[in-house]
Ligand binder design. Structure first.
Ligand SMILES: [Zn+2]
Length: 477
């Protein structure tokens, strides 16, 4: 990217709220049902059908606003945003125009830069039009009326990397706050990007909107490409048109979709079917009291109070499910470093191995209590690390107490010191040179003796105990 140009990026992120029902009717808010089965007179836009606000959606929106440090408006209203499309049977979308329910707030990036939010508003989702069926198109209205929040940033971002970081943090916060699943594959998180380039200190460049970005990686890739395209166009004497472009992820390029409508094209006006809503302080305070600890605070606590590395704290808080699992295990085993180590290494390895049958933390068939016990068995040397790994795999197939599986699989380390001593003595025979090295203070040489003992024990000797016993025998000889 040329230093002669400044990149100016703003993001508009749509996020489906995790309510039981839709925003203005009682239809279920669910993904994956048979087409047009979650539909009523209200969300299919029948004349005369009246919308009623789902208070749970408003509360989840409030939760998002509070988690992001926004100012909640004392009063808010809904407006009709008019446009024609086959997935919008009413001919307008119920959204919020000049009185969104909150303004301000934002997200701090690692660099210290604060990305300001202009506003967050509530609106209903449209249905889904499917155009890839040859001669005809299909419409599914199950999604019509699903509650969304749209978080709009100020144009504070100045690179693809910053956009990626902001989105990752936003997703974490919304997930932790219980606002949304934020699953881009299911469309519960969607993002539009506004980007322009300008000479440092010069006039603001023409803004181009990028749509159809279905992953954070695509947001970054589309931005990289679009910035390069705009710079090249300007440097070769051309201009940038105000328009909406689609990102073609396969080709890695953006293409013109349409020239941009201005806001007045939508003919916004207050929805006469919905009253003005007041958000009194007591209610906002109650919603605030339900807010869980957010990712940044959790990370800080993991580092300060639990002594974890910043890296481990980051891995554990990358999803709320992982963080909650870790905390639940911690209640049964006060060994945060070992638990973190096992969770981020051994348990994470299960997810990338099809043979385990477990693809994510949500699918773990055993409880945090059992996981905590397994880690304790390994920590105290009752089983070796590789023995514990075997038990972990067995727990995926049959979720039983690790202690039981340890005995059944014959993995308990031998604590009988007489037996341990016999194995050690046997291993020392004929290895006088190594013994001499150790005696000279080269403790590293011990490694060559531990292996043979473990082999003699059939993997049932605890390496730590073996090491101690060998040292004891060598020093006494
Ligand atoms: Zn409905």
């Amino acid at each position: 990217m040329s230093a002669a140009w400044q990149v100016v990026v703003g993001l508009e992120t749509h996020c489906q709220l995790a309510t039981a029902s839709k925003l203005f009717c009682g239809c279920a808010n669910a993904f994956g049902a048979a087409p047009n089965t979650l539909v009523c007179a209200v969300c299919s836009g029948q004349p005369g059908a009246l919308p009623v606000l789902n208070r749970e959606a408003l509360d989840l929106g409030l939760r998002a606003a509070l988690a992001l440090g926004c100012n909640v408006a004392p009063r808010t209203k809904f407006d009709r945003k008019h446009y024609f499309y086959c997935d919008l049977p009413k001919g307008y979308q119920i959204s919020q125009y000049d009185q969104p329910f909150c303004t301000g707030g934002g997200i701090a990036l690692a660099s210290g830069k604060f990305v300001r939010l202009a506003r967050i508003h509530l609106e209903e989702d449209a249905g889904k039009a499917i155009h890839d069926r040859g001669a005809h198109s299909l419409v599914d209205l199950n999604r019509a009326g699903v509650p969304l929040i749209e978080a709009v940033t100020e144009p504070d971002l100045s690179s693809a990397a910053e956009a990626h970081e902001y989105l990752t943090a936003l997703k974490e916060i919304l997930q932790f706050a219980g606002v949304s699943e934020c699953d881009m594959e299911k469309g519960s998180l969607r993002c539009d990007v506004n980007v322009s380039v300008q000479r440092p200190g010069g006039a603001r460049g023409t803004k181009v909107e990028l749509k159809n970005l279905n992953s954070f990686a695509n947001v970054a890739a589309a931005l990289e490409h679009e910035v390069a395209r705009q710079i090249q166009s300007l440097e070769s004497g051309g201009e940038v048109r105000q328009e909406t472009r689609l990102f073609d992820a396969e080709a890695g390029v953006t293409r013109t979709m349409r020239t941009k409508e201005d806001a007045h094209d939508y003919r916004y006006f207050p929805d006469p079917d919905l009253p003005l809503f007041t958000l009194d302080e007591a209610h906002v305070a109650r919603v605030r009291s339900y807010l869980p600890e957010l990712p940044a605070a959790r990370r800080a606590r993991y580092v300060k109070a639990l002594g974890l590395s910043a890296y481990d704290a980051g891995v554990l808080t990358a999803s709320r499910a992982t963080s909650d699992y870790f905390e639940a295990a911690l209640r049964h085993n006060d060994a945060p470093k070992e638990l973190a180590n096992w969770l981020t290494n051994e348990v994470a390895a299960l997810f990338s191995d099809a043979a385990s049958g477990v693809r994510s933390i949500d699918e773990l068939p055993f409880k945090p209590f059992d996981f905590a016990e397994l880690v304790e068995l390994a920590r105290t040397g009752r089983v070796t690390r590789s023995g514990a790994r075997t038990i972990l795999r067995a727990m995926c197939a049959q979720p039983r107490a690790p202690r039981e599986l340890m005995r059944e699989l014959g993995l308990e380390t031998v604590a009988d010191s007489g037996q341990l001593e016999r194995w050690c003595r046997e291993a020392l025979l004929g290895r006088e040179k190594i013994v001499a090295d150790v005696r000279r203070g080269e403790e590293k040489a011990l490694g060559a003796l531990i292996g043979p003992v473990l082999k003699l024990s059939g993997g049932k000797a605890d390496p730590k105990a073996v090491r101690e016993k060998l040292l004891e025998l060598i020093r006494a000889s």
